[in-house]
Design a protein. Structure first.
Length: 147
């Protein structure tokens, strides 16, 4: 089940049962903002919270499972730069972003690499087939918080 499908099912059940985000948050034991965000596909719930939520919504285990899966935050929003170098960086993220996300989450857990506590270097590497651009990024890992 995609996060978009998950959101549709939750919104339909919420409406038909005349529930509020606050009541669903009470069911999960988490904050209203975090619970709403997870229901809209932008966060994942711990298994116990997902089970309590789907019980309140009278939804099945497929929705419970989908609620616990990590998500691609901001997936619905996309802008494409027309500047060629910047576009190539976006292309790298389009192609390798899911791979980077999967590898980081496997090694660290759900979270992000900081762009605040962060360093980057750009170097030229000589190569007989054409010089290469070497970019190294180093950012602090920040785990997602549930509240």
């Amino acid at each position: 089940m995609t996060k978009a499908e998950l959101t549709t099912r939750i919104l339909e059940a919420k409406k038909s049962r005349k529930l509020t985000w606050a009541s669903l948050a009470l069911a999960t034991g988490l904050s209203e903002v975090y619970t709403t965000s997870a229901c809209l596909g932008e966060n994942a719930l711990p298994l116990e919270a997902a089970e309590r939520l789907t019980t309140a919504l009278e939804l099945g285990p497929d929705v419970t499972e989908a609620l616990t899966e990590y998500c691609n935050k901001g997936e619905a929003a996309s802008t494409v730069s027309k500047e060629p170098l910047q576009y190539r960086f976006q292309e790298i993220i389009y192609v390798y972003g899911p791979t980077l996300k999967a590898l980081i989450e496997e090694k660290f857990g759900p979270g992000i690499m900081s762009a605040i506590d962060f360093t980057m270097s750009v170097d030229r590497v000589e190569d007989p087939k054409g010089d290469r651009v070497k970019i190294e990024m180093c950012g602090k890992f920040l785990g997602y918080k549930t509240w």
